[in-house]
Design a protein around this ligand. Sequence first.
Ligand code: AGP
Length: 608
Amino acid sequence: MCGIIGLLSEHRDVVPELLDGLKRLEYRGYDSIGVATLNPNGELERRRTEGKLAALSKLLHRKPLSGFIGLGHTRWATHGAPSEINAHPHATPEAAIVHNGIIENFQEIKTRLLTEGRCFETQTDSEVVVHLVSQKIRQGLEPLAAVRETLPLLEGAFALVFLFAYHHDLLIGARRGSPLAIGFGENEMAIGSDALAIGPICRQLIYLEDGDLAVIRPGSVKIIDQQGLSAVRPRRISSVASLDLGKSGYRHFMLKEIYEQPQVIGDTLNTMINPVTGRLSLPNLPELKRTNRLTIVACGTASFAALIGKYWIEKLARLPVDVEVGSEFRYRDPVLAPGQAALFISQSGETADTLGALRLCRKMGQGILSIVNVPESTIARESNVLLSTVAGPEFGVASTKTFTAQLTLLAALALVLATHRGHLSEQQETHLIRALMEVPAICAEILANTGPMEALARELLAPARDVLYIGRGLSYPLALEGALKLKEISYIHAEGYAAGELKHGPIALVDENVPVIVVAPTDHLFSKTASNLAEVNARGGRTIFIGDKDGLAKISNLAGSLILPKIDPFVIPLVYAIPIQLLAYYAAVTKGTDVDQPRNLAKSVTVE
Ligand code: AGP
């Protein structure tokens, strides 16, 4: 996924604000970056480079660029290696574009254009767009007409912003599948991938719908929908303007966001618990209350939250739950009875695989619910029922606070369904709500003493080439999440397994070089997990125990241990997520990797 921004100002050089916008967008992709403006003569000028914003700032210091209108782009490469030449904006003498998405039929278009004599400079898919538009401008079409004739030729997903030579007062945006927001600032207009990009300079925002075309001029925007009709989209007040988008003194966004979790869990709970009755109150959720099966679809960390949700909902509400990863679900021709319900979990609300699954489920007559962190996102807007995590923007590519916020909502959902389906008494519900309400303080207590996690990560994980995580029951998805966290930010190979599965093959991996992290809180499965830990020890493995002091008293021969407060088993995932995240964080810091923007990754994958 990439970050795109366009600015049109009546009173100032837009390049500094383009750079600020790109800084806020870097979480979306950061392997190459660029800006384009019109010089006083109306000619297009660009500055592009491989690398991140710092590299672009250095380039601009050597070769300044200014203008009252411009584009910016920060890239996560799909077609064409990260390089200056493949960096956006792509341009011809007539136009420049920035693109987020994939033009799936770019090769056939490129082949045709090459035979027609067009010269390409990049290996990207995006470049075909600017050539198509330029060709039509050279045939005498005005910019808007050239764009309107170009878009139907494109297959795939795109958010595009166009800048035209000699048109100092025009930007055109087009949306199909990838988000685009338009902002109204003080004597300036903005367009960007999301509210974070343009929110701080715009008081009001509108979000384009799929198929929309936006013609932006000073102080105004004209929207044309996919039927070619003039459309009006609701204006929303930008909530981003007042947010602290910095690191607030933390070394990394990821660490800041890990420390925000007590607040985030508490805030999310407070949106669902009636302060007077102390009972949960969620939207009516008819889709959930009438269904006899729930399908949950998500990707990555969100899919592990989904798996924990399955365990909670099946155990408490006795409702069958299937958990699917989006990229597989949408292509395996699933069987779903109409009238059932499907829940989509996504931090960004833009993940293409999850969105594709949502649209398939809608076609199959499912009631559509979603848990997202960005209420204006596409998944949110295409759901019948939206359950918002109130985690605030998450800049670290590795999901942390949004994971525990998703879990908080899922725990509440399980309780509401269990009560509705008659499997939970008011007294039992009150007990479990109380356990949830204690989580923020417990997490804060753990965060007040992270020395043990840092030491274990530095001494046992950072030097390792392979790491295993194991757990049972609610700790099994935590093992999967722990492995993902470690590998995605420290680049250490790690695998998560159901502890009972180890003996069916993976235990062959165990030797003195492979740390095995055993997530073993005191619950009904503790003794079985303790046996699996002993099996690892018996083969010379080095085990790291994560549990409470009662459990520790029953375990021996450990290479390390993290002791957490004794808690109600219901809230294990919320509390044990904290050490899991911190082990990965400190291992990555020890290894010196780019914690917030790990190699090859992007915060939200809006391509398949
Ligand atoms: C997790 O740390 C990763 N950032 C990744 O697995 C992420 O959870 C996945 O891409 C899903 O993203 P989403 O929640 O925005 O849909």
